[in-house]
Design a protein around this ligand. Structure first.
Ligand code: ADP
Ligand code: MG
Length: 570
């Protein structure tokens, strides 16, 4: 849906105006579109592009040094008029001739073609070139019937660099044609786009399906198929383009994954992981990757993959510096790091430096058992804890606790098998909890487990006093790190009663397991009691009042974990 609209009739003019106001560093208005607002070398070939609006950053986003000289702005999904192309080209001219380069659509071909004639009549040296990268729009024997889509940026980038390098109009035109011959795009859509002021999308894609071979003007795909995973989508795109390898193209490619309007960058990056590995499997060398929005179609859901097969000259032109509102490539100042420089991409492995004492190893084994029970209860309650966190927080508490406790239990089990004592086991479990959980609770649980471990040591007897001290160290570290007090509606409200009850019960009964049960019951009651409180710490503070009537998720999960930890398996 296109929501922010004044008068739909004025939408096109208003969007161009807003773009110009935001980008005076790059563009100045001229009748029909925009031209560079910076000085350009006299005698340079001028590259003029353009088309309908609704495709930002295509086309006005690319006006600037090293890229195009002028962009003609039509109306949303409507090609500009020949008179507008004529006006923009005249303003963009620097005396070196003009290349009109645009995407292959009937309207654009006619208008830019007519403008070429007008410019020639004025005495300009003019060439016309159309980008035809869309493999779905016509068979390979009829390449000249193919539409131009996101590959337009790749073609314009190298063409503009050729002009910037001082090539003649004929040379620049030849680069444009060679780049176009070596550029292929395949796109898919999950949902259509809506014109400003319209209530309905131009087309719809069946839920769970994808339309393969869409056009960027809301043309539906050529066929529908099941959507599948990001990996499946990558496979389809790569397979389609690998059927289309240009003759004598070599193996070096630029790969551009383009979001069509409402695909998220996160989704694009996930897909790009699959794309690059499949391209490598297909024997290609991905010299450069580009992920983002390069040619959109209003709010269309979907993406396209473009490959431009490089030769030596195209590679130099591709990496040449450029600067524009939407696409920049800085001149490289620093050389790339030597290939011999490597970084750890995995966390430090957990190791047992020194075997624990028998007593400490026995305690570590009990801790590993307890962490597995904690893992089970937190995983079983993941969605309930998530719902509690969604009341005033971000809804991730269940997922974070499940991930954290799962990783912690596994780490503890492995360390125990290697002869770790209590300290090493808890430190390893804490480290993995924090790494896998993320969020406030992950940091607190990791620090608290580590602190409890430090208190127990690897070679001391784990007696009643040591257990009480370890629990105290756990709570102290949460308070020191999180700075919450009792009553702030956090985990501390369940922790403090637990610690107090545990200390008292151990002292009176001398039975640690019994005392743990008593403490867990006190903690559960205190956690439930947090529902009356207004949060004063953490994410929930912002929407404080909303959480009254619902207990604190971190307090509830602690009580739940404490209870499970205390229930022995035998
Ligand atoms: P995030 O808030 O980063 O999304 P979680 O949702 O996993 O993290 O955990 C939220 C819980 O963390 C809260 O319910 C609260 O119990 C606890 N918490 C947040 N901040 C603090 C703090 N400063 N001190 C103690 N506990 C806190
Ligand atoms: Mg949260």
């Amino acid at each position: 849906m296109t929501r922010l609209v004044n008068d739909p009739v004025e939408f096109s003019a208003e969007l161009v105006d807003g773009f110009i106001q935001a980008n005076t560093r790059y563009v100045r208005p001229v009748y029909g579109g925009v031209v560079r607002s910076t000085e350009t070398k006299p005698g340079k070939v001028a590259i003029v592009t353009g088309g309908g609006l609704g495709h930002y950053p295509g086309f006005m986003g690319w006006v600037g040094p090293g890229l195009v000289d002028g962009a003609v702005t039509g109306k949303v999904f409507a090609s500009p008029a020949a008179s507008q192309v004529h006006s923009v080209a005249k303003a963009a001219d620097h005396g070196g001739g003009i290349l009109l380069a645009y995407l292959n659509y009937a309207g654009d071909m006619l208008q830019f073609g007519m403008a070429g004639e007008l410019l020639k009549a004025d005495g300009f040296d003019v060439r016309n070139a159309a980008v035809t990268d869309d493999v779905a729009s016509a068979p390979v024997e009829e390449t000249d019937k193919r539409r131009g889509i996101a590959g337009g940026l790749a073609v314009l980038k190298v063409t503009s660099a050729a002009a910037e390098a001082g090539m003649t109009l004929d040379q620049v035109t030849a680069v444009c044609q060679r780049a176009n011959d070596r550029t292929r795009t395949c796109g898919i859509a999950f949902s259509g786009c809506t014109l400003p002021g319209a209530d309905e999308p131009l087309f719809e894609v069946t839920e769970g399906k994808m339309a393969v071979g869409l056009g960027v003007h809301g043309e539906p795909g050529i066929y529908e198929t099941d959507l599948g995973t990001a990996d499946d989508v990558a496979q389809l795109l790569v397979d389609t383009l690998m059927n289309e390898v240009p003759q004598g193209a070599g193996t070096r490619v630029v790969a551009m994954l383009n979001g069509l309007g409402s695909a998220k960058y996160e989704e694009l990056f996930v897909t790009f992981t699959s794309v690059t590995s499949k391209l490598r499997d297909a024997g290609l060398d991905v010299v450069d990757g580009q992920v983002g929005e390069f040619m959109t179609s209003l709010d269309m859901g979907g993406l396209s993959l473009t490959l431009m097969w490089l030769d030596d000259d195209l590679e130099t032109l591709w990496f040449a510096p450029c600067d524009s509102a939407a696409y920049s490539r800085p001149a490289l100042q620093d050389p790339p790091l030597d290939a011999s420089v490597t970084f750890n991409t995995e966390p430090e492995p957990l190791t047992v430096q020194q075997e624990g004492s028998a007593s400490s190893r026995a305690a570590a084994a009990l801790i590993a058992d307890a962490l597995e029970r904690v893992r089970d209860v937190l995983n079983a309650n993941e969605s309930m804890l998530g719902d509690l966190d969604a009341v005033a927080g971000d809804g991730d508490h269940g997922a974070g606790m499940a991930r954290g406790s799962t990783a912690a239990a596994q780490a503890a089990r492995e360390l125990v098998a290697e002869g770790a004592g209590a300290q090493t086991t808890l430190a390893g479990a804490g480290a993995r909890w924090t790494e896998h959980s993320g969020g406030a609770s992950g940091a607190l649980w990791g620090a608290a487990l580590t602190a409890a471990g430090n208190s127990l040591g690897d070679d001391r007897d784990v007696d009643n006093a040591a257990a009480v001290a370890a629990v105290q160290a756990f709570v102290d570290s949460v308070i020191t790190l999180g700075k919450a007090n009792v009553g702030d509606k956090t985990i501390v409200d369940a922790l403090v009663p637990f610690t107090q009850a545990f200390g008292t019960a151990v002292e009176s009964s001398g039975d640690v397991s019994q005392a743990w049960q008593t403490a867990a019951a006190a903690s559960e009651e205190a956690a439930a009691g947090t529902e009356a409180l207004v949060p004063r710490m953490g994410r929930a503070r912002v929407l404080g009042e909303r959480s009254v009537g619902s207990p604190d998720p971190g307090a509830v999960s602690f009580a739940m974990a404490a209870k499970a930890a205390g229930v022995a398996t035998d």
